[in-house]
Design a protein around this ligand. Structure first.
Ligand SMILES: [Cu+2]
Length: 151
């Protein structure tokens, strides 16, 4: 029977810990596609940056094509579309939800459909409409990932 040396096992564990750390840092890089004239899109990008994300900002004249290519269901559509680790982030999704998406292998992406007032990048005089963060499963089903109440 083959037995692994305790020291070798320790080294392997250290390697695993290091690579998962690297993965966590890597997951904060996000591509964002937006229309050139979209102001709230820029405000959402700023929200991501303030929460530790590195944003690649892509000005894109044909957003409906981008959404189609990334698999954003039309019912989930908003203004800008992000892409992180192969998953989409549609609309004004809060940064902590984007971070949590890395652990959801069952989801193709997240969306805040439309442009609810009070979501990140849509702040108006401290007002907030109730809104939900929707996850799209690999089976094409919508699941509620988070709910934010009206204020
Ligand atoms: Cu918007």
């Amino acid at each position: 029977m083959l037995q692994s040396h305790p020291l070798r096992r320790l080294a392997l564990l250290a390697l695993l810990a290091t690579s998962s750390l690297a993965q966590a840092a890597e997951s904060l890089n996000i591509d964002v596609y937006r229309d050139p004239n979209c102001g709230c899109c820029k405000a959402w990008i700023k929200h991501l940056q303030e929460n530790g994300f590195t944003v690649q900002d892509h000005v894109e004249p044909n957003m409906s094509q981008v959404k189609q290519d990334l698999g954003v269901a039309p019912r989930l559509a908003s203004c800008h579309t992000g892409k992180i680790n192969g998953k989409f982030v549609e609309g004004h999704v809060p940064a902590d939800q984007v971070k949590a998406l890395a652990a959801r292998d069952d989801l193709r992406g997240l969306a805040v459909p439309g442009m609810p007032m009070g979501s990140p990048g849509m702040e108006v005089d401290g007002r907030q409409d109730a809104y939900q963060v929707i996850g799209l499963t690999k089976g094409d089903t919508d699941v509620v990932v988070a709910e934010y109440p009206a204020k």
